[in-house]
Every structure is written in structure tokens, then in C-alpha cells.
Design a protein around this ligand. Structure first.
Ligand code: NAP
Length: 298
């Protein structure tokens, strides 16, 4: 009987914050060997304790990995971990794959893919939705841009961490799909905030209103996940408000380039600017938007 060689991909993960730590943990639980790096090392401690190997910088992760996944904060962070000194591209070997799961700019995804193609690497943009809970439960929705062959090759990884994986087209289209998602979320976040303020002003029981709305046409993921947190006074992230403001700025900049005037999304951006830039509440979760309103939060 011929012996079958079992090949395990060696994974690298850069950015082990709220989302990245949970995603990396699920990949390790599925049996993948993992090398990790994060700007603040302590946020990788739990993964290291679970068997991950620590690397001193992104280049070191890339040197040891077949596939490098990144989930950092802002586009500038993505630039740094890919193109910076001791970045991924300083040591990635030809034939290897990078997957950026950060919510970032479509044009930066295209820049990474172009560089990758020119140097014999493979690249996907694969931002997600489903929040901290979806990351922990491995039930993320994953929006992918990049070439068909790389998308197909990475399916086993996506299946470990997500329930729904969709490929939209070439590099950058995953980020565009994520922007469509964030435009939708702008409406659900402002909607749930003002719904709660109205509920309070009308003297209604907010729990009763929530369970009523949840079973009707107003039901949505943001309301179901964030209103219970607000009612407990829990403004911890979840999803950092400063990251959501970053997303709204990217979405509006892309819309502007397409000649679109998204007035409601622009208003949501202004509200989150008050929360993050004026009130300094960017480290709260997005549900903290209610704390920017004059009327007292519930
Ligand atoms: P987070 O907790 O801040 O995680 C980001 C991690 O990346 C942090 O630990 C940060 O290090 C690290 N990092 C940033 N720049 C780095 C660099 N140059 N080198 C190495 N590490 C670096 O944020 P998150 O909530 O996981 O979100 C990550 C991304 O996913 C964001 O783009 C966000 O918009 C997106 N996203 C978030 C959610 C959500 O619900 N949380 C959902 C979908 C998408 P430090 O520890 O030093 O800050």
C-alpha cells in the first residue's frame, strides 16, 4: 500500500487583537501550526501558551510560513506589515500566499496583489463580518478578492473560520464588498441608537421593545447584538468605534470616486467623528455612539 504524505500548511498570523486572536485560535484548533506576531506581544500570550511560535517581526513570520494572514487595524498598519522594514515582503518566499483580513482600502489590496504577482507570491483580500462573536464562534462571513486559483487553494482555511465565503472578483473586490457591508451597518447602528433614545423618551420598556422588534420587520444583527450590551451599560469593544470611523471614511472616499453622494452614510460618519474625534471615545465599541447624544443614554 502506498504511503500518503500528509502536508500541513504552516500558517503565520500578524495582528492578534480582538479578531485575529480568535481566528488564529480556531485555525490552531483545526490542527494548523502557527507562527504569530503582534505589535503588543502580550496580546499573543494566549496563542503562544496554546502552542503558537512567537516571531519578532512580520518578516520572521513570513520566513516560516506557507500562508501569512494579517488582521491589523488601519491601512497604514497594513502598509507597514507588508512593505515596511522587516515587513512580510522582505522575506516571503516565491509560491507562498498572503491573505489580508483587515478592513482596508481596495486600492491597497490591489497594490499588495500587484506586488505579489510581480514577485511570484499569491495574494487575497479577505475582510470579514460577524464581529468578535463571529470570530470566536468561527461563523464569520468572508468577502474575498483575488484570483480564482488562490481563492480555491485557500478554501480549507476559510471553511475553518467562517460559515459564508464569497469571492467577488479580482484584488480589491473583497474590500469593496466589505464597504457595502459597512454602509449597511451605518444605518443599523444609527437606527438602533435613535430607536433606544425614542423608546426611553416614550416611556417604554426597552427590553420589551427589543424582543418585539426582533420578531418583526425591524430585526437586524446590530440590534440583536449591540442593544443588549447598551442596556447593560457595556461599551467595551466588540468593534472599536475608531475602526468603524476608518471604514466609513474609506467607503465615502470610494463612493466619491464613483460619483455617488451617500448622504445618510456621510451623516453617520459625522456622528462617529463626534464620538471618536471630539469626545475621544474611539476605544469604545460602536454601540457607544449613544454616548454622544445629548439625551442621557439608557
Ligand atoms: P484590534 O483588537 O485593534 O486588533 C488589531 C491588532 O493588530 C492589534 O493587536 C494591534 O496591535 C495589531 N497591529 C496593528 N498594527 C500593527 C503593526 N503595524 N504590526 C503588528 N501588529 C499590529 O482590532 P480588531 O477589532 O481585531 O480589528 C482588526 C481589523 O478587523 C480592523 O481593520 C477592523 O476594522 C476589522 N474588523 C473588526 C471587526 C470587529 O468586530 N472587531 C469585525 C470585522 C472587521 P496592538 O495590540 O499593539 O494595538
Amino acid at each position: 500500500m502506498s504511503q500518503r504524505k500528509v502536508i500541513r500548511m504552516q500558517l503565520g498570523f500578524i495582528g492578534t487583537g480582538v479578531m485575529g486572536a480568535a481566528i488564529a485560535k480556531n485555525l490552531m484548533a483545526a490542527g494548523y501550526a502557527m507562527t504569530v506576531y503582534n505589535r503588543t506581544k502580550s496580546k499573543a500570550d494566549a496563542l503562544i501558551a496554546a502552542g503558537a511560535t512567537w516571531a519578532e517581526n512580520p518578516a520572521e513570520v513570513a520566513r516560516q510560513s506557507d500562508v501569512v494572514l494579517t488582521m491589523v487595524g488601519f491601512p497604514a498598519d497594513v502598509e507597514q506589515v507588508y512593505f515596511g522594514e522587516n515587513g512580510i515582503f522582505a522575506s516571503l518566499k516565491p509560491g507562498k500566499t498572503v491573505i489580508d483580513m483587515t478592513t482596508s482600502q481596495p486600492k491597497l489590496a490591489a497594490k499588495i496583489a500587484d506586488y505579489a504577482a510581480a514577485h511570484g507570491f499569491h495574494a487575497l483580500d479577505a475582510p470579514v463580518s460577524g464581529g468578535d462573536i463571529g470570530a470566536k464562534k468561527a461563523s464569520l462571513t468572508i468577502m474575498v478578492g483575488g484570483d480564482d486559483a488562490t481563492y480555491d487553494a485557500m478554501q480549507p482555511l476559510f471553511k475553518v473560520i467562517g460559515h459564508q465565503v464569497n469571492h467577488f472578483g479580482p484584488a480589491g473586490t473583497g474590500q469593496h464588498a466589505k464597504m457595502a457591508n459597512q454602509i449597511m451597518i451605518a444605518g443599523t447602528m444609527t437606527g438602533l441608537t435613535e430607536m433606544l433614545l425614542y423608546t426611553k423618551a416614550a416611556g417604554l420598556d426597552p427590553q420589551k421593545v427589543l424582543s418585539t422588534l426582533s420578531s418583526g420587520g425591524a430585526d437586524n444583527w446590530s440590534m440583536d447584538n449591540y442593544v443588549p450590551r447598551i442596556l447593560k451599560g457595556d461599551y467595551t469593544p466588540g468593534f472599536f468605534a475608531r475602526h468603524f470611523l476608518k471604514d466609513l471614511r474609506i467607503a465615502l472616499s470610494e463612493a466619491d470616486a464613483m460619483g455617488l453622494d451617500l448622504v445618510a452614510t456621510a451623516q453617520a460618519k459625522r456622528l462617529y467623528e463626534v464620538m471618536v474625534d471630539v469626545k475621544g471615545l474611539g476605544d469604545q465599541g460602536t454601540q457607544g455612539l449613544i454616548n454622544t447624544y445629548e439625551s442621557k443614554p439608557i
